[in-house]
Design a protein around this ligand. Sequence first.
Ligand SMILES: *[C@@H]1O[C@H](CO)[C@@H](O)[C@H](O)[C@H]1NC(C)=O
Length: 166
Amino acid sequence: MAMADGVSILSSNIHLLLLLISLSWYCTFVKCSNSTTIYDELRAKGLPVGLLPKGITRYEINGSSGEFQVWMEEPCNAKFENEVHYDPNIKGTLDYGKIGELSGMTAQELFLWFPVKGIRVDLPSSGLIHFDVGVADKQFSLSLFEDPPVCNPQVNADNDMLRAIW
Ligand SMILES: *[C@@H]1O[C@H](CO)[C@@H](O)[C@H](O)[C@H]1NC(C)=O
């Protein structure tokens, strides 16, 4: 009797162990729902993940309005064709193929920094992505945004402006 109990305890532990192993495999290869990232959200909306840099520590999204926010430890810059600056808090509205009401992202153009107010891709894709910088619609190749860029802690934007002036 005692022996039979021992065997059944052992076998239930094995079941538990197998369950844990399969769960961890599932999470590694399939992705658990609670580990969705802002990059997944971008991808789901037909946008390239390289629009946002590495180093995002937290994000929030409202599934019905598309309003989102991301946070990083510190402001930073990444270079595509132009230098792009990211504030530690970026906000916008995510919609299919576009981001509107964007704040916290600026792009350098002719030594000046312009707020990027919106971003959109053509549907169907033309291989281009458009940045609305207020004064103009700036086009880039989509291929520049395939992977989230490494973002370097802020190089002072004001210095660049001064250099342009002097
Ligand atoms: C999400 O957006 C909807 C529609 O704009 C709004 O009614 C709702 O309050 C928002 N939810 C949160 C948690 O902000």
